[in-house]
Design a protein around this ligand. Structure first.
Ligand code: ADP
Ligand code: XUL
Length: 512
């Protein structure tokens, strides 16, 4: 069996797979809010944000690991696990002193992880991906390296507030003594991988690319970005490596305490989005994942490290090799809910039957679908803009959805990869009306998968790949579309949406 872990914002999840039988044998989650209430982080982070700071307690992640393994050991036979890999929420960072490696090497199963490892923390709390406190650090790094296009060309993204480099710079500026005492900086992913391995292990290319520090062409830390971020930063980071690199065997702490085999291997961990790309079966170019959650995200495999000339999209390492893009649209379900509520409708107005009634109006009523500030494109929109004056609620719903997915198609064109298949996930994916519209606008078939923990499943598949299994074959088996969930694009709408895309671009340009 192979074990995949995912330490996300709100929970730590385990997925156990049996590659020979081709099935998931067990899944389990520890919820940070409800299972570890003493960290007073009901949603996994410390509430009460000030100046854009959003932090989480790294002790909570350690305690969750002990709790998850104690529950797993009761439910399953962990001695059958041959390898472990994992993923973590991206961008979050953990700061450790010179005692960290010694503490890892000497972990005593009679005690626990929090007691033994937390004295090594040089920063009590960890900034996470929701943190937006680093605007001035982003500007400073950008200026030092020669402008946003240069930072993007090197690292795959312009400087972004939540990315780890600007966060490290802020720590260095606000607490230089603690920065000085920091011997090693980890991401959430590499921190947990190090604990499992019993020694500090590298950050992988997938998660490392979310730091504004990794040079994508060289797949190594960029000397100029390191210098622009904080002094001696290169000394505090291990050389990055591929996610499927095996680090050695799991630490004896876990063997003695939870019954893992001494020969169980531990691979590197990656970011939750790269792991999801694997778990959604989308690691080859042409495949696209669209997640319709609170925000909408678009992520897809890419053959090379091409970057977004507008700086909206990000480029991360693809755990299967090559690269992936990630583009986030803030006005996702937030906007769909806003229009639904404004018009006094329910989700049935977004369903297939309702949308079929307005099919003849496809592409006719354009809307800039931004109910609040947007990040793709970056603009402080104060409300949607409708071209034309229709007040018909059904046409407004169509215009909103078309606007959202035309905007997505427009802002993913820089990748230069033809969309051959879309895998839809997130809360709104179950809506057949929305799914059909995505198929029509991208002119590609849309599938839904029966996968709930795509990042943890992806991690388990990465563990299997690290053990020599063929990743593409594993994805064929584990990442199949739900029977009957596939939707084909309507070819009659192809030129209508090509034309609408050009008009959408014109409308957008006129409002920026
Ligand atoms: P999160 O980003 O918080 O993980 P989810 O992926 O769970 O979000 O998606 C939740 C969202 O899905 C809700 O905010 C809601 O707007 C949307 N949603 C749920 N059911 C439907 C539906 N039938 N049609 C469209 N949207 C839906
Ligand atoms: C990606 C991002 C989030 C986190 C949390 O850039 O910030 O998706 O990975 O899941």
């Amino acid at each position: 069996m192979l074990l995949g872990l995912d330490s996300s914002t709100q929970s730590l999840t385990a997925v156990l797979i049996d590659p020979a039988a081709g099935r998931i044998t067990y899944q389990l989650s520890v919820n940070f809010g409800s299972d570890l209430p003493h960290y007073t982080s009901p949603s996994g982070f410390i509430p009460g944000e000030k100046n854009g700071e959003v932090h989480a307690n790294p002790r909570m992640w350690l305690e969750a690991l002990d709790l998850l393994f104690s529950r797993l050991a009761t439910a399953t036979d962990l001695s059958k696990v041959t390898a472990i890999a994992g993923s973590g929420q991206q961008h979050g960072s953990v700061y450790l002193d010179a005692t960290f490696d010694r503490r890892l090497a000497g972990l005593d199963p009679a005690s626990d992880l929090v007691t033994q490892l937390s004295p090594a923390l040089t920063r009590a709390t960890s900034p996470i991906w929701m943190d937006t406190s680093t605007g001035s650090q982003c500007a400073e790094i950008t200026t030092a390296v020669g402008g946003p296009a240069e930072v993007c060309r090197r690292s795959g993204s312009i400087t972004i507030e939540r990315f780890t480099g600007p966060q490290i710079r802020r720590f260095y500026q606000t607490d230089p003594a603690a920065y000085q005492r920091t011997q090693c900086i980890h991401l959430v992913s590499s921190f947990l991988a190090s604990v499992l391995a019993g020694k500090s292990v590298p950050i992988d290319f997938g998660d490392g690319a979310g730091m504004n520090l990794l040079n994508l062409a060289q797949l190594d830390w960029d000397a100029d970005l390191l210098n622009a971020t904080a002094p001696n930063l290169g000394d505090k980071l291990l050389t990055p490596a591929a996610a499927t690199t095996v680090q050695g065997n799991i630490a004896t702490y876990f063997v003695e305490k939870y019954g893992f085999s001494k020969t169980c291997r531990s691979a590197l961990f990656t970011g939750d989005n790269p792991a999801s790309l694997v778990g959604m079966g989308a690691t080859t170019p042409g495949n696209v994942v669209i997640s319709l959650g609170t925000s909408d995200t678009f992520f897809a495999a890419m053959p090379g490290p091409k970057t977004d000339p507008n700086g909206y999209g990000h480029v991360f390492g693809n755990p299967a090799g090559g690269f992936m893009s990630l583009i986030c649209f803030r006005n996702g379900s937030l906007a769909r809910e806003a229009l639904r509520d404004q018009l006094g409708l329910d989700w049935s107005a977004f369903d297939r039957d309702a949308l079929a009634q307005t099919r003849t109006e496809a592409g006719a009523n354009l809307m800039l679908p931004f109910f609040g500030p947007e990040i793709t494109p970056r603009h402080d929109f104060t409300g949607p803009v409708m071209l034309g004056s229709t007040t018909d609620p059904a046409l407004q719903v169509r215009a909103l959805l078309e606007g959202q997915f035309l905007n997505m198609r427009l802002h993913s064109q820089w990748m230069g990869v033809k969309t051959e298949r879309i895998r839809l996930t997130g809360g709104a994916a179950k809506n057949d009306g929305i799914a059909q519209l995505v198929a029509d606008i991208f002119q590609a078939p849309v599938e839904r998968l029966d996968v709930i923990n795509s990042a943890a499943l992806g991690a388990a598949l990465i563990a299997a790949a690290a053990e020599g299994h063929d990743l593409a074959e594993l994805q064929e088996t584990f990442c199949k579309a739900e029977p009957g969930s596939s939707l084909q694009p309507d070819p009659a709408l192809a030129h209508i949406y090509d034309d609408a895309l050009a008009r959408f671009q014109t409308l957008l340009d006129a409002h920026r």
